[in-house]
Design a protein around this ligand. Structure first.
Ligand SMILES: CC(C)(COP(=O)(O)OP(=O)(O)OC[C@H]1O[C@@H](n2cnc3c(N)ncnc32)[C@H](O)[C@@H]1OP(=O)(O)O)[C@@H](O)C(=O)NCCC(=O)NCCS
Length: 420
């Protein structure tokens, strides 16, 4: 069906917030009525110029919002991202091109702002590829069968001079942000966390629309007393027959800046009396976890999926922001839509472990790929050889995909621990 031009796509006005929230809740299949508390809360952070509504007369039938974000590139640079969220089109108005109009408007604005990439977490896989996004990170969730893990609770405490302490939400808001900053600067694919994120995670801000259970928080301090890791988890209250404890601990956050902290915190949560199962929450696909247990098979992947979707807006800036696995050069023919997208063109990348330089060129291309595929490769988590096999990248020179992998791939997978 052709786009309906009678639908007005425009930035939010201050007096439009309740109607916009009603449309957002409707689109996400949440009770549509809007509480005063929700209006007050959302008014604290909604930026009208970056909040789009699609209006059929006075009625809001589409929502779309963006905010400024930093994402860590390979090598540790913080790159300016346009983070997209709150995307909905009401079910009566779907598949008429309303999302396409809102996205086009947003990507143009992001380019004008000088954002290097756009990011989002996709509700469903098929939505965003058409706009040049690629699935740049994946995530996995493990369920640990604690009795099977072989961990001896008498030996689960740190044996490296470090220690674990339980702390409360106030402590987490003091130590967590600094720890997370250290973590994310070393983790390609990680995005920054706002003060609001920490307030919600610790119960300082409880939203009436999100069920809240106060978590336990544990910090790991290394031998010198410095905080190196933070774990947050909740535990249910399940008992079997004959008073058998069957509790499940659900990890809501585990951030570590050293392998020692990672090891200590996983072993801690797997050695709490009564807890027979641990659900890890969404982790990096190559998380150390299974191999921190005497029997790694006790940790089974129960869910695995694409996570952060990314779209490169400025190819030169994106490729110059990262470091590479080796020294080498590659000429890329990047397609962006039917030729209209501004990321399209031919680029020569001169890469090295210290960084890269990228210029537009007329040299013969070695690889032809869409901007979505380049976006998927940018954080190092996907393989060009694999995308060639899938028919999504074309080699113009035999062996060019192997060169691309040697330059672009990383030894650890990129990971974005957060949802936004
Ligand atoms: C996803 C959503 C925003 C799409 O809005 P929309 O206005 O219907 O999208 P458009 O009409 O602009 O769609 C453009 C194209 O994407 C396709 N598309 C859109 N959503 C899709 C989906 N969920 N699955 C598969 N294809 C989809 C359309 O079929 C259309 O393809 P075409 O050009 O070949 O006809 C809307 O369906 C929605 O609100 N879904 C529920 C909430 C949600 O999932 N939001 C996304 C949160 S990340």
């Amino acid at each position: 069906m052709s786009p309906r031009q009678d639908i007005d796509v425009r930035p939010l006005r201050d007096d439009g917030i309740p109607e916009w929230i009603r449309a957002l809740n409707t689109g996400f299949l949440r009770p549509p009525s809007v509480s005063e508390a929700e209006i007050a809360d959302r008014s604290t952070y909604l930026v009208p110029e970056r909040t789009l509504g699609a209006f059929d007369g006075e009625r809001c039938v589409g929502t779309f919002r963006s905010f400024g974000q930093e994402i860590t590139a390979v090598g540790g640079a913080a790159v300016r991202a346009d983070a997209i969220t709150n995307v909905t089109v009401t079910s009566t108005h779907r598949r008429r091109g309303i999302l396409t109009r809102m996205m086009a408007r947003e990507l143009t604005a992001a380019e004008e702002r000088g954002d290097v990439v756009a990011t989002l977490i996709a509700a469903e896989y098929p939505i965003y590829g058409r706009y040049g996004f690629g699935a740049a990170t994946t995530a996995a969730e493990w369920t640990i069968d604690v009795p099977r893990s072989g961990l001896d609770p008498r030996r689960a405490a740190p044996d490296d001079g470090g220690r674990i302490d339980l702390v409360d939400g106030d402590d987490v808001r003091k130590t967590g942000p600094e720890l997370y900053e250290r973590f994310r600067r070393a983790q390609p694919g990680a995005t920054d966390r706002s003060e609001r994120w920490w307030r919600i995670a610790t119960g300082a801000l409880v939203l009436d629309r999100v069920p809240w259970t106060e978590p336990f928080h544990a910090v790991y301090r290394g031998a010198r007393g410095e905080v190196e890791g933070l774990l947050s988890y909740t535990v249910d209250d399940r008992w079997g027959d004959a008073k058998q404890p069957l509790q499940t601990a659900k990890v809501t956050d585990l951030i570590a800046v050293t392998p020692a902290a990672e090891r200590a915190l996983w072993r801690y949560v797997c050695s709490i009396d009564w807890v027979t199962r641990v659900r890890t929450g969404w982790r990096a696909p190559d998380d150390l976890l299974p191999h921190l247990l005497p029997d790694p098979r006790a940790a089974a992947i129960t869910s695995q999926a694409d996570w952060l979707w990314l779209r490169i807006l400025d190819v030169v800036a994106a490729l110059e922001a990262r470091t590479y696995g080796a020294a080498g050069a590659l000429v890329l023919e990047v397609t962006d839509g039917q030729g209209q997208g501004s990321a399209g063109g031919r680029y020569r990348l001169d890469a090295s472990p210290e960084g890269g330089s990228c210029v537009r060129t007329t040299e013969a291309a070695e690889l032809t790929l869409g901007v979505g595929e380049l976006s998927e490769l940018w954080l190092g988590g996907e393989s060009a050889v694999r995308l060639v096999a899938l028919g999504r990248v074309r080699e113009e020179r035999a062996g060019a995909a192997l060169v691309a992998d040697a330059l672009l791939r990383t030894s650890r997978r990129p990971w974005c621990p957060d949802i936004f």
